[in-house]
Design a protein around this ligand. Sequence first.
Ligand SMILES: C[S@@+](CC[C@H](N)C(=O)[O-])C[C@H]1O[C@@H](n2cnc3c(N)ncnc32)[C@H](O)[C@@H]1O
Length: 199
Amino acid sequence: MSGDARRHAPAAARNREPILAVLREWLPAEGMVLEVASGTGEHAAHFAAALPQLVFQPSDPDPALLASIDAWAEDAANIRPALRLDAAAAEWPVGAVDAMLCINMIHIAPWSAAEGLVRGAAARLSAGAPLILYGPYRRGGAHTAPSNAEFDANLRSRNPAWGVRDLEAVAELAGSEGFGAPELREMPANNLMLRFVRA
Ligand SMILES: C[S@@+](CC[C@H](N)C(=O)[O-])C[C@H]1O[C@@H](n2cnc3c(N)ncnc32)[C@H](O)[C@@H]1O
């Protein structure tokens, strides 16, 4: 194992089981899952081991993370080599897929990344194929917990273009690209999972 390259994200270790439980319901029985913003690659490795009938295509725009993703995937037959993919870019280095997954990205990136994510999903998912998001969201114009408000303030202090997104704004954005209203799951630590499907 090239274990030295594997980076760890404590949050990923905490949230991977609750996310997996929802993915078991929401992902298709087989096919290719494109993960955008794979980060360390821990999630892809965990999900691929638990869902061997699926093939995972991890990606991230940060070249420093690609080696970590590939190191986590080293022993997995159903994880493709990581791609360098910026959701906001006009061109993506991947074609049609059967599902897309993006965990904890759209609040830690400018809104253009959310726009690009949804645009890219609309171009790659056929009718019935899901775009699945995980993260904190504001609902009805308000934070759902004081901890999310503090997190939002912290994000905005680090970069004014970042911040916890409004669920309604994300749903409207997805709707503008042909996705239906999201199915929602409330997750631990005041996070949500959203499942958008092309109409
Ligand atoms: C908080 S980390 C989450 C990583 C991983 N999904 C997880 O939950 O452990 C945010 C990730 O978003 C990625 N990211 C930032 N801007 C992006 C963009 N425009 N397109 C795709 N990924 C982006 C970063 O490189 C980073 O890996």
